[in-house]
Design a protein around this ligand. Sequence first.
Ligand SMILES: Nc1ncnc2c1ncn2[C@@H]1O[C@H](COP(=O)(O)OP(=O)(O)O)[C@@H](O)[C@H]1O
Ligand SMILES: [Mg+2]
Length: 244
Amino acid sequence: MTGAELPAREEILSLSGLTCSYGSVVAVREMDIAISARSVVAILGANGAGKSTTLKAISGLIRPSHGSVRFNGVDITHVSAPKRVKLGIAHCPEGRRIFVNETVKENLMLGGQLAPKKELDSKIAEVLELFPALADRLGQAGGSLSGGEQQMLAIGRALMSSPKLLLLDEPSLGLAPLIVKRVLDALVEINKAGTTVVLVEQNVSSALHLADYAYVLSQGRVGLEGTPEELTANERVRNLYLGG
Ligand SMILES: Nc1ncnc2c1ncn2[C@@H]1O[C@H](COP(=O)(O)OP(=O)(O)O)[C@@H](O)[C@H]1O
Ligand SMILES: [Mg+2]
């Protein structure tokens, strides 16, 4: 099935009036976000703006105090994180969080825990096709990989559950420019294959280059939103994030 057979603005995810707190700290405040199926959406903003909290609320790692999360038209606000994985939401967390003592293959298998067993081999083959650098390292401990390879493994692990929606929290952080390009190119491939991608990035120009639409968070709220063209033309965005 190709994207062209489906309505262009079919919504896969929406956040309505989402508010998330850690004790007395309100990290996300009355946030409204709508994400079209098969798009790449960037979530940008300074440290502490609420980007990671937003992703955690989408994947179910934290519960909002107000508001709702809808996925494919269904209210999933009260659905557990493992059930959301089964529904098709995968979260590649900040700082990669791979299992350093498990092998690359074991890390991938753990990502496929909720997938049908008979699909695991073909899923692993797909991940290795996307990230050939991992192919020679299947038996190596995750912790022995370079930073870039660990990021590829973290993304590969998320892909093992065949997500419809892939959430990535700062995948380019700490990686050399050439490796960043390889990782971001892989996201384009993943998106072309039909997966909706939500990308949290500090690397604003790269993120705007990939995205169809972007939200700029500020103190837990959506401060600005628009297409990359609209945001790039915005003086505040240029001054704050694109070096003037
Ligand atoms: N586990 C936590 N406990 C308390 N406060 C937190 C926790 N995680 C995040 N925060 C606070 O919530 C706000 C948003 O954080 P976060 O979503 O991590 O922002 P970002 O990912 O944009 O840097 C910040 O003020 C941060 O200090
Ligand atoms: Mg963060």
